[in-house]
Write a protein that binds this ligand. Structure first.
Ligand SMILES: Nc1nc2c(c(=O)[nH]1)N[C@H]1C(S)=C(S)[C@@H](COP(=O)(O)O)O[C@H]1N2
Ligand SMILES: [Mo]
Length: 501
């Protein structure tokens, strides 16, 4: 319920606030929402608190209005069970009322029996208004506590929603049987297991393919939309000659393929964890677009952008040409051999190698619309840059900042990525960037995947500053210039300080 209200509120939060939240908290996602909820809950609770003390009738009206907004938000949003929704809203309102009552008592603003002594100034104001007066401390206490309660409820809501049976391991992906076509290419192209030499084993090294349950998570949905695949359909429309509407089984009956693609978030700080590597199953976006009567020669001003729209109205958009330049842009419905997990976009999502998620990777995909470049999608409206190509990045995983390690051989390794250009070289510095040593690279699984590297460091005692830098498949080394995630992705070298004893 709170999540639905928050969701409703979030849509209304002005871009500067959302962006401020993002810059403050680093992830284009939940933190923004939570800060927005906090601010709003704080303000509303404060206002109602003041009102409750002065004009209890009006405050009740306010609470009723909030209830109405909550109900509206619940029903406006993605499917919710009506009876359960009404019950939760009622329960939440009662709880809220009880809580405010308790808070007001604690703050000494209500209940004559235990009224603490008041300063003369307060008492004179009290005399003026002819009732209980809220002093500044009380205001802050009431609204602060209510805000914290609101946040706790939101977090609990998300945890509860995620903890329900649907969270259970996603089902194995079952594709329709291969139709017999003499000599034809296989309809469902799968990949062999990753070769041994594509991974380097070392303590702290992330697995080459990220398990679905460890895959990073970023979205604006406090609770993942629950989509019934049997009722779901995907529209392909806008400036196309032959608009389509495909059911889930229509989609799985098209030629499918597996692809190893590293997905990352623009909000990822240098060295951060908002990046993962998945083995995706899906239909080539270009196949789908061709089916809809669109081909690379047909791209016009009206069809310059591919916009993905989710069942909950979130949008992301990128240049149409990118679907046709040979990269494996997918409408994906499988991750690591299973159906997409609910929180990663079940039943289908977009994955475009080389683009940050916020411009491309629409989860809970409902519609693909070909439109003009002038349309600004969700995060563009909130001040993030329009194109969103992934920056070349590398991360040290086997050594943690601030660690103390015994002198001797220390494996310094991790991952480097830049879909869709691939990684050709990784270098490690153990003297804060003065000198660089080439690291051993694992075999490249796919240019769209991150690549393991390892440097065996003979570490002498002392304080050391380790750095890593990667060079892409076109020979360009990542920039040392430090930039924050906003507006187009963090740059700079991941730096780790260690003491060797
Ligand atoms: N519907 C929807 N899709 C979305 C988002 C969202 O908020 N809503 N966030 C995007 C962002 S910013 C990123 S980085 C990726 C993250 O995908 P993941 O959570 O599966 O890792 O999803 C993208 N797709
Ligand atoms: Mo993101």
């Amino acid at each position: 319920m709170l999540a639905a209200v928050a969701q409703g509120v979030v849509g209304l939060v002005p871009g500067w606030l959302a962006t401020a939240g993002v810059e403050l908290l680093g992830a284009a996602d939940i933190p923004v929402l939570i800060s927005a909820i906090l601010v709003l809950a704080f303000l509303l609770a404060g206002l109602l608190g003041v009102l409750a003390a002065r004009r209890p009738g009006l405050a009740l009206l306010g609470v009723a209005a909030l209830g109405a907004v909550a109900l509206a938000a619940c029903f406006a949003g993605p499917p919710a069970a009506p009876a359960a929704t009404v019950a939760t809203v009622a329960a939440a309102l009662l709880l809220g009322a009880g809580l405010s009552e308790a808070l007001l008592r604690v703050a000494g603003l209500r209940g004559a029996g235990s009224a603490p002594p008041r300063s003369p100034a307060v008492r004179s104001r009290e005399a003026h208004s002819g009732g209980v007066v809220v002093d500044r401390g009380g205001f802050v206490l009431v609204s602060g506590a209510a805000a914290v309660a609101g946040l706790a409820a939101a977090v609990a809501g998300r945890a509860l929603a995620g903890g329900s049976p649907r969270r259970a391991a996603p089902k194995p992906l079952r594709l329709p049987a291969e139709p017999r076509r003499a000599g034809g290419a296989p309809r469902h192209r799968t990949l062999p297991p990753p070769p041994e030499d594509a991974s380097i084993e070392a303590p702290g090294m992330p697995p080459l393919i990220t398990p679905a349950e460890d895959f990073y998570l970023v979205d604006t949905a406090l609770v993942s939309p629950r989509v019934d695949a049997r009722e779901w359909s995907l529209r392909v429309g806008g400036a196309v000659r032959n608009p389509l509407e495909l059911s889930y089984s229509d989609l799985l009956s098209m030629p499918t393929r597996e692809a190893d693609i590293t997905l990352s978030c623009v909000s990822n700080e240098v060295g951060g964890g908002l990046v993962s590597n998945g083995r995706w199953t899906g239909v080539l976006l270009s196949d789908l677009l061709r089916e809809a009567g669109m081909d690379p020669r047909g791209i016009s001003g009206d069809s310059a952008q591919i916009v993905g729209r989710s069942v909950d109205g979130w949008t992301a958009g990128f240049r149409t040409g990118l679907a046709f330049d040979g990269r494996e842009a997918l409408v994906a419905f499988g991750l690591n051999g299973s159906e997409l997990p609910l929180k990663h976009g079940y039943p289908a999502r977009l994955v475009v190698p080389g683009l940050y998620g916020y411009v491309s990777a629409t989860k809970w995909l409902a519609e693909i619309e070909l439109t003009g470049w002038d349309f600004d999608a969700y995060w563009i409206q909130r001040g993030w840059s329009k194109e969103g190509p992934v920056r070349t990045q590398s991360r040290i995983d086997t050594v943690k900042d601030g660690e103390t390690l015994p002198a001797g051989r220390i494996p310094v390794g991790g991952v480097a990525w830049v879909p869709h250009r691939g990684i050709s070289k990784v270098e490690v510095s153990t003297d804060g960037g003065k000198t660089w040593q080439e690291a051993r690279l694992a075999a490249q699984l796919d240019p769209d995947s991150w690549r393991h590297y390892l440097y065996e460091w003979e570490a002498p005692p002392g304080e050391h500053t380790l750095q890593v830098r990667a060079t892409d498949g076109e020979g360009r080394t990542q920039t040392a210039r430090r930039a924050p995630p906003h507006p187009s992705g963090a740059t700079g070298y991941h730096t780790v300080r260690v003491a060797v004893a």
